[in-house]
Design a protein around this ligand. Structure first.
Ligand SMILES: [Zn+2]
Length: 344
C-alpha cells in the first residue's frame, strides 16, 4: 500500500511539474539577485519580489550608458536626464484601455547608475503620456552624452506577458541594449557649443533629431547643470522641460520678489500672468502658485494693462478681475485688431 501511495504521489508531482513548467517555464521566473549581481542594488531598493520589467528598463538604460559613456556608479560628473514616469506604454488595446506606467524605470536607473534627485544629478523632465520614454546621460568632464529611447514595439510584449502573469525577466535581461533602445552618442560640451561655428554645425544634428527631438531640452539642461543649478530652478526646469530665457527670467523675478517683497505670516503670492509665457512655470514651482490652486490668473493678452483696471497690489487681483471693464475686454477680444490674430 505504501508503495502505491509513493508511486501516486510521485506521479502527481511529475504531472504538476509538467503543468507548472508549461505555464510558467524556467524563463518566467524572476532572476534572483544572487544570480545576477547587477540586480542586487535594485532588489535591495524595491524588494526582490517586486522586481518588474519596467524596473529593468531603467536598469538596462543605465547599464548601457555606463558602458558607452563610460562611467562608474560613484562618478560625480555625470547627470542623468529622463522623462520616466510621464509617458505611458500603450498595450495592445491602446490608451486608455490598456497602458503601462513608466515610473518604475526611475528606480532601476537610480539603483544601477547611482544618480538621484537628492544629489542633484538626476533630472526628470515633464512630458505628456503620449511621448516616448527616453534616458540621457551627460558627463560634464568630457561633454559626451548618451541618449537611449525605448523601442515600444520591443518592450510591449514583455509588459503584456508580465501583466498576464508570464513575466520573462531572464529573456528581457538577455536583450541587447541596441535592440531595446534607439541609441546615440554626441559631444555636447557647452564650452564648444558656445562657439558660433560649432553651434552651426550642431544645427544639422538638431534637424536630424539625433536625440529623438529632445535636443533642445537635453542641450540646454546639460549646459546649465554643467555650471551649477539651484534645486528650486531644477524643479522649475522639470515642469517646463527645457531651459530658455523665459523660464530663466521667471526664476530671476521670483528671486527679486523673494528678496524685496518677503512674505509675512499667512501671506502668499498670487501671480497674474499677462500674457502667460515660459516664466510662469517658474512661479508655479517656486511659489506653488498654480492655476489649479487659483493662485495664478492667466489673461492671454498684453494689451489689457492699457485699460488701467486698477492697482492689483492694493485692491487684490480677484477684485480687479471682477470688474466690468476686464470682463468686457475679454469678451470682446475676438474683435480687437491685434488680439483677434493672437495665437492665444
Ligand atoms: Zn520656454
Amino acid at each position: 500500500m505504501k508503495g502505491k501511495i509513493a508511486v501516486l504521489l510521485l506521479a502527481l508531482l511529475i504531472s504538476l511539474g509538467v503543468v507548472f513548467s508549461g505555464c510558467l517555464g524556467p524563463k518566467e521566473k524572476a532572476p534572483a539577485p544572487a544570480d545576477r549581481p547587477e540586480l542586487k542594488s535594485l532588489a535591495a531598493l524595491v524588494g526582490e519580489e517586486n522586481l518588474s520589467i519596467m524596473h529593468l528598463v531603467g536598469l538596462k538604460a543605465a547599464a548601457a550608458a555606463m558602458k558607452e559613456l563610460p562611467f562608474e556608479k560613484a562618478k560625480e560628473t555625470v547627470l542623468a536626464l529622463t522623462d520616466s514616469g510621464y509617458p505611458v506604454i500603450e498595450g495592445r488595446e491602446g490608451y486608455p484601455q490598456s497602458r503601462y506606467s513608466t515610473t518604475a524605470a526611475l528606480d532601476g536607473l537610480m539603483a544601477a547608475s547611482g544618480r538621484t534627485r537628492g544629489q542633484g544629478n538626476l533630472i526628470v523632465l515633464g512630458r505628456s503620456i503620449y511621448d516616448p520614454l527616453w534616458f540621457a546621460f551627460f558627463d560634464k568632464e568630457t561633454g559626451e552624452c548618451v541618449y537611449l529611447e525605448v523601442r515600444e514595439d520591443i518592450l510591449r510584449p514583455y509588459l503584456e506577458d508580465e501583466a498576464a502573469g508570464k513575466a520573462d525577466h531572464e529573456g528581457f535581461m538577455a536583450l541587447a541594449a541596441t535592440g531595446l533602445f534607439k541609441m546615440a552618442k554626441e559631444n555636447i560640451a557647452p564650452r564648444e557649443l558656445i562657439e558660433a561655428a560649432n553651434a552651426e554645425a550642431w544645427h544639422e544634428k538638431f534637424t536630424a533629431k539625433v536625440f529623438g527631438g529632445n535636443e533642445f531640452s537635453i542641450l540646454t539642461v546639460c549646459a546649465v547643470w554643467d555650471k551649477g543649478m539651484s534645486h528650486e530652478f531644477t524643479r522649475a526646469v522639470e515642469l517646463h522641460n527645457h531651459i530658455c530665457p523665459g523660464l530663466t527670467s521667471g526664476y530671476y523675478m521670483a528671486q527679486y520678489l523673494d528678496a524685496n517683497f518677503p512674505l509675512g505670516e499667512a501671506e502668499r503670492y498670487v501671480v497674474w500672468a499677462l500674457p502667460p509665457w515660459c516664466k510662469d512655470d517658474a512661479f508655479q514651482t517656486i511659489f506653488g502658485a498654480t492655476v489649479g490652486k487659483r493662485r495664478m490668473k492667466v489673461t492671454p493678452c498684453c494689451f489689457l494693462p492699457e485699460l488701467h483696471l486698477g492697482d492689483a497690489l492694493r485692491d487684490g487681483v480677484e477684485e480687479v478681475l471682477a470688474q466690468e471693464p476686464y470682463a468686457g475686454f475679454v469678451y470682446g477680444m475676438r474683435h480687437h485688431p491685434v488680439c483677434s490674430r493672437c495665437r492665444w
